[in-house]
Write a protein that binds this ligand. Structure first.
Ligand SMILES: NC(=O)c1ccc[n+]([C@@H]2O[C@H](COP(=O)([O-])OP(=O)(O)OC[C@H]3O[C@@H](n4cnc5c(N)ncnc54)[C@H](O)[C@@H]3O)[C@@H](O)[C@H]2O)c1
Length: 254
């Protein structure tokens, strides 16, 4: 699935949050193979530096929830052609576990604030920090890692669903706002991919329901498709055994 390198990202520079692991690391590998240079940003310095060495890129420590850090880092590392706002977590290490094990009314404030700060604030702060440079250059692509949980319900982790629906909403609206300025914003909405985000409990639940877990290389294909098509506001979905497609919701005012 991952295809042969095409060189289509030659001379491009990419910034990837959550690039130390899973989907972010895969995008770092794939973008590098396609000719880009990458900067990996994460809070896991050990893994992040290892991926940077592997791909011949750079690493920077960045907690995406720290808006001041964003504003300091960007002027040092810019310009970027591609910015992947990808770092994200689930609420209970249980994105698809047994619903009854995690009653919504038992959600504690710390767990709630933790996921909201990374999955929502972290993307908003990142977009706000990189947009001025992109608009000035009239170029650039912000790739938001949402999830299929941004389009369909995810009953076991409603707050995860909340944050991912928020990312789809942000992508649609910001995409429309920035398209006239030459900047594209699109969202990746994959189903389950084989990354450390999926706990053993989640894997067992998926297995018992006959739901597959895709190889993480699919995330590279998905990102490349979004970059190639360059449709601002678009959501790109992929499910196990199915082709990558643009999700087109019904038009409410038709
Ligand atoms: N794995 C899946 O099935 C799946 C499916 C759809 C969407 N997603 C989304 O993909 C994104 C990446 O998830 P993944 O599956 O690769 O998980 P992962 O756990 O492998 O990687 C997440 C990375 O984010 C980093 N991170 C966490 N908090 C951070 C912070 N405050 N600042 C900077 N970095 C931080 C972690 O250190 C880690 O390297 C997430 O937004 C997730 O919601 C995952």
């Amino acid at each position: 699935m991952s295809g042969q390198p095409t060189g289509q990202l030659n001379n491009q520079r990419a910034f990837i949050t959550g690039g130390a692991s899973g989907i972010g690391a895969e995008m770092a590998r794939r973008f590098t193979r396609e000719g880009a240079s990458v900067v990996i940003a994460d809070v896991n310095d050990t893994l992040g530096k290892a991926i940077a060495v592997e791909v011949g890129g750079e690493y920077v420590h960045l907690d995406v929830t720290d808006s001041t850090a964003w504003d300091k880092i960007m002027p040092t590392f810019e310009p970027f052609d591609i910015v992947c706002l990808n770092a994200g977590v689930s609420t209970n290490s249980n994105v698809f576990g047994a619903i009854t094990n995690y009653p919504f009314e038992h959600l504690d404030n710390d767990s709630y604030q933790h996921i909201m700060s990374i999955n929502v604030d972290g993307v908003v702060f990142g977009a706000r920090a990189v947009i001025p440079g992109m608009v000035e250059r009239r170029s650039g692509h912000i790739l938001v890692t949402a999830s299929l949980a941004g389009i369909v319900p995810i009953a076991a982790d409603p707050i995860y669903g909340l944050t991912k629906h928020a990312m789809v909403g942000l992508t649609k609206s910001l995409g429309a706002a920035l398209e006239p300025h030459g900047v594209c914003v699109s969202a990746l909405c994959p189903a389950f991919l084989d990354t450390p985000l999926l706990s053993e409990e989640t894997r067992q639940n998926l297995n018992s329901l006959g739901l597959g877990i895709m190889e993480v290389s699919i995330a590279g294909d998905l990102a490349m498709r979004a970059l190639t098509e360059r449709i601002s506001g678009a959501q790109w979905i992929v499910m196990d055994g199915q082709a990558i497609t643009q999700y087109i919701p019904a038009a409410p005012f038709a």
